[in-house]
Design a protein around this ligand. Structure first.
Ligand SMILES: C[S@@+](CC[C@H](N)C(=O)[O-])C[C@H]1O[C@@H](n2cnc3c(N)ncnc32)[C@H](O)[C@@H]1O
Length: 269
């Protein structure tokens, strides 16, 4: 496969991510996936919590916490103390509002910040969590270094992400990443190398790409059948058609095993 060479990335910045999530993206992704904006919903959050051994003693940092669906779920079901870190004010405000409404603010708080410069001291957290969001991060090496820094010794990193799994043309690569505002996607092996280089022990690495392709088709059906009219009413036909084309490219790429998704778990030595 065409390796992702260092420095070879699209020129997206955190400002582009903010613009996307301050605009329709946050709402549209929630319409498609629910307030857990990741593949697999609560069931996936459960798998990660159990694999990381979360309980009421666990202090968790959720990097790219978005609307806080997973944070509240973990607080409700595991009694863990969760801090959500996100760089987009609108997502943070909405997460805070929903958390207060549910009366979970004694267990869940949020901090505005960039994952590349995590605003917490070394050794603060037992678990660092990430769900289907680190594909937005412009420097995955720095991200993993930051995750390592803020974990206590013996702490767990557990995350899922959208990954590049097969060969694609340069045009496909640009088109898929541009639609999502991803600077680049990591491969599962690439993530493993980043973890090992920083000093994590790899506990588990699982390719979930078949399930990812299935979910992409589910989202496409939902977009075309359930959501089309309301999206056109809210944002107009042009944006609907753009989303439909973009998602169709992702469905095709997932079905042809060019893009996928994986889960990685590691322990800080
Ligand atoms: C797909 S959503 C995350 C979904 C969330 N993990 C969940 O499971 O519900 C992507 C989020 O990542 C945030 N984000 C992207 N890049 C970031 C960065 N460098 N630092 C902090 N947050 C970032 C965006 O603001 C957005 O809210």
């Amino acid at each position: 496969m065409n390796a992702i060479k260092k420095g070879e990335k699209l020129d997206f910045t955190i400002g582009d991510v903010n613009d996307a999530y301050e605009g329709p993206a946050g709402i549209l992704w929630e319409m498609l996936m629910g307030e857990h904006i990741h593949v697999g919903g609560e069931a996936e959050t459960d798998i990660m919590a159990q694999k990381a051994g979360m309980n009421s003693e666990t202090r968790v940092l959720d990097i790219c916490s978005a609307l806080g669906g997973p944070a509240r779920y973990l607080a409700r079901n595991y009694g863990s103390y969760i801090t959500g870190l996100d760089a987009t004010q609108k997502m943070l405000d909405e997460a805070t509002r929903r958390t207060r409404t549910e009366g979970l603010d004694h267990l869940v708080d949020y901090r505005l910040g960039n994952a590349l410069d995590i605003p917490f001291r070394a050794g603060t957290f037992d678990v660092v969590l990430g769900q289907d969001a680190w594909c937005y991060i412009t420097d995955k090496e720095r991200l993993i270094e930051e995750a390592y820094r803020v974990l206590k010794p013996g702490g767990i990193i557990v995350f899922t992400d959208w990954t590049q799994i097969g060969n694609m043309t340069d045009d496909e690569w640009v088109c898929l990443n541009t639609f999502m505002v991803f600077p680049y996607m990591e491969t599962l092996d690439g993530y493993e190398t980043l973890l090992l280089d920083v000093g994590f022990n790899l506990i588990e690495k699982e390719d979930l790409s078949i399930d990812f392709a299935r979910h992409c088709s589910i989202y496409q059906n939902k977009l075309r059948n359930e959501l089309k009219d309301s999206i056109i009413r809210m944002y107009g036909e042009e944006l609907f058609n753009e989303i439909d084309r973009g998602l169709d490219n992702w469905v095709n790429a997932a079905q042809k095993s060019k893009v996928g998704r994986g889960r990685i778990i590691g322990r800080k030595l």
